[in-house]
Design a protein around this ligand. Structure first.
Ligand SMILES: Nc1ncnc2c1ncn2[C@@H]1O[C@H](COP(=O)(O)OP(=O)(O)OP(=O)(O)O)[C@@H](O)[C@H]1O
Length: 387
């Protein structure tokens, strides 16, 4: 089962450049979460911090009960074994065929025999739809296949936390949906905690249990998906609509004059290409595991967890949550929700801490990376700094 990842008061700077500060939230065990944010807001820096490649100057990152900012190098090595990381480009060794790429972490970090390794590699290749392609070199296959091979490699050491960096980059929308389905199916099968960093609005709206957003050097919000998807917070609303209207500009925050001018253009009928209000309104149904998959244990735990916090959420989010439970017609959250309905005032402006739900980040760091010198091999891909 996946483990909880809890981040408390985390602050990271490079020299005098503050990336984000006082970030606090929890990735709940076995749930799927997505972290959004405009380019340059420090999402990748956050992922690197979770796996111990970057060192925030303040705060805690508690993984399976251990604060990785305080622990020894040996403890960090052990914690990194809990992670599987899917990098944007798959991060495969160009000179190795897919079989050897996927087998790499097993050969590097376990004492398994070649026949045991073969069973595991072939199982993961089948899971990711790559049976028959094991003899191909990364340069001979498509970007989507490379992503799936990267995922197969991230899974061979049975990660409890899976981190996915922009799963849609370089993929067409259809392949992005297949990859998202694979992540949900894997979550159903192994109950790993999953954190996805993405810009893809459709993926953010339909795949995760929880959403968070980084902006203005802060975690603007983090909580159940329904909270962000119904939020009127200007940056969240703008981002989830992919609209020009709002505080987020091309390279930095807009000033009031620019916002007023764009608003006037919109009111005068200018079409800026943003999706229509109806296309992105409300909370779409969440992606479910492929029929025949096990029930997602994370979903069951989430239902109970969200039921307990339901009355603290904004009314629109409560309504969306109840509607989804009613549509699915299952789970103990449904009855708990009914029991607590209208029994307490909602907080109309939830903050990250108010809506915080514990969520995890996963990926066996070493499993996902080709390098062998570092405990996980992650350093070789991302580069490690001790800033
Ligand atoms: N090792 C580093 N040294 C100095 N600055 C860095 C380092 N790594 C990242 N940065 C800076 O941190 C900021 C955030 O970068 P990051 O890549 O995390 O953003 P992001 O939100 O993932 O962006 P994108 O969505 O475009 O991938 C950028 O200004 C970047 O230049």
């Amino acid at each position: 089962m996946g483990v909880e990842v809890s981040v408390e008061g985390l602050t990271k700077s490079f020299g005098s450049q503050k990336i984000w500060e006082d970030v606090t939230f929890t990735l709940p065990e076995g749930e799927v979460s997505a972290l959004l944010g405009p380019s340059g807001t420090g999402k990748s820096v956050f992922l690197k911090s979770l796996i111990g490649l970057l060192r925030p100057e303040r705060g805690k990152i508690i993984i399976d009960g251990t604060d990785i900012l305080q622990c020894t190098a040996k403890e960090l090595y052990e914690i990194r074994k809990l992670f599987g990381v899917l990098f944007q480009d798959g991060a495969l060794f160009g000179s190795m065929d897919l079989y050897d790429n996927v087998a790499f972490p097993l050969r590097e970090h376990t004492r398994k025999s070649e026949s045991e390794i073969r069973d595991i590699v072939m199982e993961k290749l089948e899971l990711t739809g790559l049976t028959g392609a094991e003899g191909k070199l990364p340069g001979e296959i498509s970007g989507g296949m490379r992503k799936r091979a990267g995922l197969a490699r991230a899974l061979v050491l049975d990660p409890e936390i899976i981190l996915v960096d922009e799963p849609d980059s370089g993929l067409d929308p259809v392949r992005t949906t297949y990859l998202a389905q694979l992540l949900i199916d894997i979550n159903a099968q192994i109950d790993a905690t999953i954190l996805i960093v993405t810009h893809n609005i459709n993926l953010a709206r339909t795949v995760p249990d929880n959403l968070g957003m980084l902006y203005r050097k802060n975690l603007v919000m983090f909580g159940p998906r329904e909270v962000l998807l119904t939020s009127e917070e200007p940056s969240v609303r703008q981002f989830l609509r992919g609209s020009k209207l709002g505080p987020i500009g091309m390279s930095e925050e807009k000033d009031d004059a620019q916002m007023r001018q764009e608003q006037a253009h919109a009111e005068a009928g200018h079409n800026d290409g943003s999706p229509g209000e109806d296309e992105v309104k409300g909370v779409p149904p969440q992606m479910q595991p492929t029929p025949g998959s096990p029930q997602r244990q994370g979903e069951l735990r989430r239902e109970k967890r969200v039921a307990e916090m339901l009355v603290t959420l904004p009314p629109e989010a409560q309504e969306a949550i109840r509607a989804e439970w009613a549509a699915r017609g299952h789970g103990n959250g449904r009855s708990t929700a009914a029991a607590t309905r209208d029994s307490a005032p909602a907080d109309p402006t939830p903050t990250a801490s108010a809506t915080t739900a514990a969520e995890p980040a996963t990926t066996p760091a070493h499993a996902a990376t080709p390098g062998g010198a570092s405990p996980s091999g992650l350093d070789d891909h991302y580069g490690s700094d001790q800033n």
